[in-house]
Design a protein around this ligand. Structure first.
Ligand SMILES: Nc1ncnc2c1ncn2[C@@H]1O[C@H](COP(=O)(O)OP(=O)(O)OP(=O)(O)O)[C@@H](O)[C@H]1O
Ligand SMILES: [Mg+2]
Length: 249
């Protein structure tokens, strides 16, 4: 079974008399260790898809199964525990708390875990070092560049050591050079074992990923599965010959 099994997701938003079919029976399987970029025109359902996969919003029908857990069959507490344990979110707009410093922002998700304060600070220190911001631990978000703020958000997403990182246009507010460095960081995290699902509008960023998916009108119209880094033996058998003919964009 894949780490993330997505089956027949549908979602309709209704406001007044208007209904929008944001997702139409979307199915997808994502294995441990994949880095999937998700592209598609504005309004094609990418963010809706990501929030449903991340346990933030229930689908109208269909299932999301993470590590063999049917996440929307969980009660509310169970679902938030699952999110904390398995998933780190990164958004376009960083979503940092402006009056908390870098360290305090990064520590926020640990509050409900009851981890010892000393241990918390040690874990956060390691992660801030990893994203290159250890020196800025006492700074407020407003004193940082956009790229640095996004690194803080990434550190916060990593603090519970989740298996999965979901990122919705994480470079959308950043200039080209800064964006490249953020993509390098995601690539590194993937190489260290994180499974990543990232919405992006930049086709150039497909090259950082191991697989690219295209959305149109609430359905997946393209899936290149170009390279699967950590395949199980039986999975490899079926895919090996194809790997040779898939090329990076
Ligand atoms: N909370 C909501 N209420 C009503 N309609 C919504 C809501 N969220 C999204 N939609 C609609 O659902 C469709 C899919 O939206 P979604 O945000 O998933 O698209 P997207 O692919 O992420 O677009 P973008 O690239 O602009 O971020 C759109 O038509 C959008 O207007
Ligand atoms: Mg979106």
């Amino acid at each position: 079974m894949s780490l993330i099994e997505i089956e027949n997701l549908s979602k309709v938003y209704t406001i007044g008399d208007t209904s929008t079919h944001a997702l139409r029976a979307v199915s997808l399987q994502i294995d441990d260790g994949e880095f999937v970029t998700v592209m598609g025109p504005s309004g094609s359902g990418k963010s809706t898809f990501l929030t449903i996969v991340g346990g933030l919003s229930a689908p109208m029908s269909g299932r999301v199964v993470i590590d063999e857990i049917d996440i929307y069959s969980l009660r509310r507490d169970g679902l938030s525990d699952l999110r904390r344990e398995y998933i780190g979110f990164v958004f376009q707009s960083f979503n940092l708390v402006p009056y908390l410093n870098v360290l305090e922002n990064v520590l926020l998700p640990l509050a409900p875990t009851g981890m010892q304060a000393k241990k918390q600070t040690a874990v956060a220190g390691d992660i801030l070092t990893e994203v290159g911001l250890y020196e800025k631990a006492k700074h407020l978000p407003g004193e940082l560049s956009g790229g640095e703020q996004q690194r803080v958000a990434i550190a916060r997403a990593l603090i519970n050591d989740p298996l999965i990182i979901l990122a919705d246009e994480p470079t959308g507010n950043l200039d080209t050079a800064t964006s490249e460095s953020i993509m390098q960081l995601f690539k590194l995290l993937n190489e260290r074992g994180k499974t990543i699902l990232m919405v992006t509008h930049n086709p150039g960023y497909r090259s950082y990923s191991t697989r690219a998916i295209d959305f149109r009108d609430g359905t997946i119209v393209g899936d290149d599965m170009k390279y699967i880094p950590q395949m199980s033996a039986d999975y490899r058998e079926g895919r090996e010959f194809q790997q040779n003919i898939w090329t990076h964009d």
